[in-house]
Design a binder for this molecule. Structure first.
Ligand code: C2O
Ligand code: CU
Ligand code: CU
Length: 495
């Protein structure tokens, strides 16, 4: 199986991406960078109405063969939704697929009924109305399918898009914010293809355990594109939209950039960095100065010093399997960039201090993945309860935790396994209180996903919004979608 796939891939790679184009020098590829269409909705005062159509389509991703894809208001991936803090959102979703699906607003604080998780399925040809007020600050959020046991497959097919929130603070900072001109969504995904052009999903049984990883990188649905920058300072809203791959992003010329936002919005101050690690579902906004007119390539590459002590069991296994671990993501061609009238602000916003004194409850979540023969056997049989949190696999009829509306809680996430798990909590933005090692870069900001490394314990603190609903749960789960689909998920209600 593996041999055949590798063989097909090497032919594809050879046919489409001649080696000299893939190498760091010169142009990365002939593909132009594209941004998903911007959708501002129909506005009437503070009410904003979006009509979303979940559809299947055909996309030209590879040069000589087309790919069956899924998308929202377009054939592949979702349009970018953009609204303001304080708006009342009304999304009318129509499912035009032949499969049941959902649309979940990842990172948005909202009533459980509007969340779009496994409890709000939309059957084929049916509609779902999701309504919520935006009560949180400017941020780069996203939306994606959350269908029970099918999230991995459906997101892989293309059911994912960005949701951008603006507010007065973000608008007054004079940050680059001209969509598609100096402000870009960058949805990074890794895919495998079958010979007929269709996406190849879970062909390798190991991917059912470790998560689906692909060997072709797409940015906004395009293979390794080139962005022709017209401005000398550009804002990238990075989203790791892959099912399972953790990206270690940096530029080939080692240039520094400024991290200005995390999952939940602006950091207090920009942080200079030359690399950033994004696990599945994590976002970060960065400002890149390209006034030197060069052509830097954003790539996924582990740093030498880091790889020595941080290399996970998973990465070791991958390298033993001979799988590729370094990829070019996309290239910025700044040769025609004109001076930007924006500059990197010295400070961005102010966060309230951590409400450590008001913590009213503490919980512990153990992420469990027993290694060994049963695991492999279970994976082969397609078992959906291989992975556990606190000894239990996800059961849609069981409520695991009850949280008080408006309360502050401290959650400890303990990874008892050999591989890293990005842990996500619905309906909140938390802050990391302690973890192994320093908390820095985007991890200083508000988060809705945190990467918990093997045998690490991470503490996060959050205040739950006032919405309460004893009957409709929210989810917490590993955001490696194959882990979520195989049981590493639990449910909480807020009352
Ligand atoms: Cu990004 Cu529960 O989801
Ligand atoms: Cu979510
Ligand atoms: Cu996981």
């Amino acid at each position: 199986m593996l041999t055949r796939r590798r063989f097909v891939q090497s032919i594809l790679a050879f046919a489409i991406l001649p080696k000299q184009l893939l190498q760091a020098k010169g142009f990365l590829s002939p593909n132009a960078f594209q941004v998903p269409p911007l959708e501002l909705g129909r506005r009437s005062g503070k009410d904003v109405y979006f009509d979303l159509d979940i559809q299947s389509g055909v996309s030209q991703i590879l040069p000589n063969v087309s790919t069956k894809t899924w998308g929202i208001n377009q054939p592949f991936l979702g349009v970018t939704l953009r609204a303001n803090k304080g708006d009342s959102i009304h999304v009318n979703v129509t499912n035009n697929l032949h499969k049941t699906t959902t649309l979940h607003w990842h990172g948005i604080k909202l009533p459980a009924k509007a969340d779009g998780g496994p409890h709000q399925p939309i059957k084929p040809a049916q509609k779902w109305l999701s309504e919520f007020d935006i009560i949180q600050p400017a941020a780069s959020l996203w939306y994606h399918s959350h269908q029970m046991h099918k999230t991995g497959e459906q997101v892989y097919q293309g059911l994912a898009g960005m949701f951008i929130i603006d507010d007065d603070i973000s608008k007054n900072l004079s940050l680059p914010s001209d969509y598609g001109v100096d402000d870009f969504p960058v949805i990074i995904q890794d895919k495998n293809f079958n010979k007929d052009g269709s996406f190849e999903y879970l062909a390798d049984v190991r991917d059912k355990l470790m998560g689906q990883k692909g060997e072709t990188i797409l940015v906004n649905g395009i293979i390794s594109p080139v962005m022709k920058a017209t401005k000398s300072l550009i804002r990238l809203r990075l989203l790791n939209g892959s099912n399972a791959r953790i990206f270690h992003l940096n530029f080939d010329d080692k240039r520094m950039f400024h991290i200005i936002a995390s999952d939940g919005g602006l950091l207090e101050n920009p942080v200079m960095a030359h690399s950033i690690t994004l696990a599945p579902a994590e976002r970060a906004e960065i400002l890149v100065d390209v006034s030197d007119g060069k052509m830097p390539i954003l790539r996924h590459k582990m740093h030498m010093q880091k790889s020595a002590n941080r290399m996970s069991g998973m990465m070791m296994m991958e390298s033993m399997q001979g799988k590729k671990q370094e990829f070019d993501i996309f290239q910025i061609d700044a040769s025609r960039a004109t001076p930007s009238h924006h500059k990197v602000p010295s400070s961005l916003t102010i966060h309230a201090p951590l409400p450590v004194k008001s913590v009213s409850n503490q919980r512990r979540f153990k992420l469990q993945m027993q290694m060994g023969p049963q695991l492999m056997l279970g994976a082969m049989m397609g078992s959906q309860d291989l992975l556990k949190i606190n000894g239990q696999s996800m059961d849609i009829n069981r409520i695991d935790e009850v949280v008080k509306a408006g309360s502050v809680e401290l959650w400890e996430i303990e990874n008892t396994s050999m591989m890293p798990h990005p842990f996500h909590i619905h309906n909140v933005q938390f802050k990391i209180v302690t973890r192994q090692g320093e908390i820095k870069g985007h991890e200083l900001g508000f988060k809705d996903v945190v990467l918990v490394r093997p045998h690490e314990i991470v503490q996060v603190i959050m205040k739950f919004p006032e919405f309460s609903d004893a009957k409709t749960p929210y989810m917490y789960h590993c955001h490696i979608l194959e882990h979520e689909d195989r049981g590493m998920m639990g449910q909480f209600v807020v009352v």
